[in-house]
Design a protein around this ligand. Structure first.
Ligand SMILES: *Cc1c(COP(=O)(O)O)cnc(C)c1O
Length: 375
């Protein structure tokens, strides 16, 4: 028998989450004239660890898919995705342009080197769709406020030459999850710098998409939002749960107890003896450790569900095992089911918070050795 651990990916939860986001994008009566933004479902990093193929079949309601990796984009085409695909970091080298054109991929253009690559390319009509990216304060990718107008003009020249087809505008928010005021300022900068330049617009990540009243302030004809994390049932906000947002966990990391023992008062648990028992404790050893992608920084007290009962971790996470407190689950035994996160267990966001990180990191980090079951 293989080790009793697996990650179950729910296609219906993925679809449900996308549908929930799309519901939020219906213009209210006050803005009935503004059409619903289109959706780039972000599936980078193997669909945040959920498997590209699952995402392709679950996100059929999205108008497009967005990712970074050319290989992942080609995989989506192989899997039959015919709608647009956006490469969020654009091309890395000239050879990428030929492949992008062959597979009709949309490119972000975030630096002069990428414009130069396109200018030197042999791409021909009908050309590639592209977004010129503006840096509105994230200071990661994108043209500066000063350089953007010239970059956009160069992109429009490439369009006249047939290298590009549609040219749009994009930016990325640094604090959409925790500072709506700063986000509104970033958006205002974007609206000001791009005013009057035609083309579709893409600005909002999950947090911005789910911040009421924000996407509606994006100026322009055709808007595309770029939600990622919320599609997987994790909240982009520290103070709002995924459940409160109407999202369902798309990944359930589950394992079993492989050993049960009682530890006497004064006994300690695991490497470093970081948890010492002040009374006798019955504990269960779970077949999951940091080599499976479980965060080693999750300490004593991190929530976990054993045989349907919520309890807590004790001591340090080992490479292949961790230890759960069975005090509230006296009937637990070897073979009892354990949910590390997901359906029937704590949310991935709760575990992430206990480990001082975010749900994104945990979902992406599930190790290849954990078998995935797609349901
Ligand atoms: C990852 C990413 C997104 C999606 O972000 P979430 O916070 O997961 O919604 C959107 N746009 C860009 C450019 C990204 O890199």
């Amino acid at each position: 028998m293989p080790r009793p651990i697996s990650a179950t990916i729910s296609i219906s939860s993925l679809s449900h989450n996308l549908h929930t986001v799309i519901q939020q994008l219906q213009p209210d009566s006050g803005h009935a004239s503004q059409p619903r933004p289109k959706v780039w479902a972000v599936i980078k990093a193997n669909a945040y660890g959920h498997d590209i193929a699952s995402a392709v079949s679950a996100f059929h309601e999205a108008e497009g898919l967005a990712m970074l990796d050319l290989d992942e984009a080609l995989r989506c085409r192989e899997l039959g995705w015919r709608k647009p695909i956006l490469l969020l970091e654009g091309c890395f080298e000239p050879g990428d342009i030929r492949l992008a054109q062959a597979h009709d991929l949309t490119l972000a253009i975030h630096c002069q080197e990428q414009l130069d690559m396109l200018a030197a390319s042999t791409a021909t009509s009908p050309g590639l769709d592209a977004y010129v990216k503006l840096n509105t304060g994230m200071n990661r990718l994108g043209f500066s406020l000063q350089d953007f107008p010239q970059a956009y003009r160069e992109a429009m020249m490439l369009r006249e030459q047939g290298v590009l087809r549609h040219v749009g505008k994009m930016t990325h928010f640094a604090r959409a999850d925790d500072d709506p005021e700063e986000t509104r300022q970033q958006l205002e900068t974007f609206n000001t710098v791009t005013a009057g330049l035609p083309g579709s617009i893409s600005v909002c990540n999950s947090a911005a998409t789910l911040t009421s009243g924000l996407w509606i302030k994006v100026a322009g004809d055709e808007q595309w939002v770029r939600p990622g994390i919320c599609l997987y049932g994790s909240s982009p906000f520290a103070d709002v749960t995924a459940g409160q947002l109407g999202l369902r966990p798309a990944m359930t990391l589950a394992a079993q107890l492989i050993s049960v023992r009682s530890v006497d008062t004064g006994g300690a648990i695991g490497y470093g003896h970081t948890f010492r028992c002040v009374e006798p404790v019955r504990v269960g050893v779970v077949a999951c450790g940091y080599a499976d992608g479980y965060p080693r920084h999750a300490g004593t007290g991190t929530p976990i569900t054993v045989a349907g009962v919520r309890t807590r971790l004790l001591g340090r996470i080992s490479m292949d095992m961790l230890v759960a407190d069975l005090t509230p689950v006296p009937h637990a035994a070897v073979g009892s089911p354990v949910v590390l996160w997901g359906e029937g267990g704590p949310s991935v966001d709760e575990v992430a918070a206990a480990a001082g990180t975010i749900g994104y990191e945990l979902l992406c980090a599930v190790a290849p050795r954990v078998p995935k079951h797609i349901v």
